[in-house]
Ligand binder design. Structure first.
Ligand code: URP
Ligand code: ZN
Ligand code: ZN
Ligand code: ZN
Length: 471
């Protein structure tokens, strides 16, 4: 057999092992791991790390926001930015508008993605209108078609579900084996606090953080894990920002519940003080849950170090800052409550965790791979992704572990006009990125075409599969 491509002389890392080997690729898959491999084309990876391409299981691309505000990334720019950040697959959301069928939402997002992606993509669903038809027919059919996870929101006026709706949606997950992700913040409490702040004339971006305090997230996290316990389904708690919410998750696990926890770079690297910037600069950091303080950052790092977190995702949700159709719309300038929620970060996720986590001795390389690729694949049912092994897709990022960079938005590839991580110095950066056996980034330069990335249907999460009932 003649290999199409061999990556030679590098150090391969998986979620369990770190070893010197060549990786042989044919027809888009990994077919050999050995020494002295020869191929039609070779890449010299001496002194480099050969890692499974990053899988970012929480990104928002081309999702409409309220007030006519548009997201800064379409599928072309969003997946290009992901690619340059060492990712080979992203999981964005198909957002169901109220009154819309879920199937129509899925078709809309496929139309936006088709032919435009640099990485593979696989969609989660956002259930905003859980009618009996949606829960009884549409969702089970979509799960069977490979859309095996969906997100529900406890916050945002236009998206939130009440507890009865969350229970009903979780029950569909129970019946189908799909995985439910929950955004945990108590909308009624937030509304109350927003009312108080606006009445007192405090409309600045910093009030975004004070109207969404830890208690708002802790209460909702407690409720989400409890509702999942009542229905008896596993649950993913996304974008956990603080130690108290993590405590609710640990307590649920102590009761024997299957709870997966995700955190994001913003909760390790930013604080609420960032929302306090001059003029409306703070709007650049408006996301939910908001960044907290140093104590909560440490709590999140402890969760990374001790294994409480299984997923490290970006929650990439880009809006342009200096733009009337972005963070600073005319309405946005009247109150923080009209500043669209979300910050960019798909390109900087891996370098930040590599540098701050592996580089500073908080986690080892295998845990880095697990947190950024393998666990995303296993938990969300991407059977051929997330590891370097024979039979897997050839989705690979070759890293220069010594490259020193200062994060500058000018060097990134997304459609936003800023990075919340501007000026942060990191060591380690992806150099060459291979998607399905195709070299898409070579030595830091774009080498592949949009449209190479495909949609990947997913299997049921192993977490959701229930043992067969005894006869
Ligand atoms: O503020 C955020 N995180 N916006 C993105 C949507 C979400 O809640 O994940
Ligand atoms: Zn969310
Ligand atoms: Zn999100
Ligand atoms: Zn608004």
């Amino acid at each position: 057999m003649t290999l199409d491509l061999a990556i030679r002389g590098g150090t391969v890392a998986t979620a369990s092992d770190v070893f010197r080997a060549d990786v042989g690729i044919k027809d888009g898959g990994i077919v050999q791991i050995g020494l002295g491999l020869d191929a039609a084309e070779t890449i010299d990876a001496t002194g480099r790390l050969v890692l499974p391409g990053g899988i970012d299981s929480h990104v928002h691309i081309a999702q409409p926001s309220g007030d006519g505000i548009v997201m800064a990334d379409d599928f072309e720019s969003g997946t290009r930015s992901a690619l340059f950040g060492g990712n080979t697959c992203v999981l964005p959301f198909c957002l169901q508008a109220k009154g819309q069928s879920l199937r129509a939402a899925v078709e809309d997002y496929h139309a936006l993605a088709a032919g435009n992606c640099y990485t593979d993509v696989s969609f989660h669903l956002i259930v905003s209108d859980p009618t009996p038809a949606v829960l009884g027919q549409e969702l089970p059919a979509l799960v069977a078609d490979g859309y095996t996870s969906f997100k529900v929101f406890m916050t945002y006026e236009n998206l939130r579900l009440n507890d009865a709706e969350i229970l009903a949606t979780m029950d569909t997950a129970r019946r189908t084996g799909a995985l439910v992700m929950v955004h945990c913040e108590n909308e009624d409490a937030i509304r109350y606090l927003i009312g108080r702040h606006e009445a007192a004339g405090d409309v600045r971006p910093s009030a975004h953080a004070t109207t969404r305090p830890v208690a708002v997230e802790r209460e909702a996290t407690h409720r989400a894990v409890s509702l999942a316990e009542i229905v008896d389904v596993p649950v993913v708690i996304v974008h956990v920002s603080n130690g108290a919410a993590l405590g609710e998750i640990r307590a649920a696990r102590g009761r024997g519940r299957k709870v997966v926890a995700e955190t994001c770079p913003q909760y390790l690297m930013l604080t609420a003080a960032d929302l306090d910037g001059m003029d409306w600069e703070g709007a650049k950091f408006v996301c939910s849950p908001p960044p907290r303080n140093e104590t909560e950052q440490r709590a999140c790092w402890t969760g990374i170090e001790q294994g409480d977190f299984d997923l490290f995702s970006s929650d990439h949700c880009p809006f342009r800052y200096d733009d009337p159709s972005g963070k600073l719309s005319p309405k946005g300038r009247t109150s923080f409550r009209h500043v669209p929620n979300g910050i960019p970060g798909v390109e900087t996720r891996l370098p930040i965790l590599f540098s701050e986590g592996v580089g500073k001795g908080r986690i080892d390389l295998s845990r880095f791979v697990a947190l950024t690729a393998t666990n995303h694949a296993r938990l969300y049912g991407l059977e051929r992704k997330g590891s370097i092994a024979v039979g897997m897709d050839a989705d690979i990022a070759i890293w220069d572990p010594k490259a020193r960079r200062t994060i500058r938005h000018a060097d990134l590839h997304d459609g936003a006009d800023y990075s919340p991580y501007e000026g942060i110095e990191v060591t380690g950066w992806p150099e060459t990125v291979i998607v399905g056996g195709r070299i898409m980034v070579r030595n830091g330069a774009l080498a592949g075409a949009k449209g190479t990335g495909r949609h990947v249907p997913r299997s049921l999460s192993l977490l959701g599969v229930r043992p067969a009932a005894p006869a």
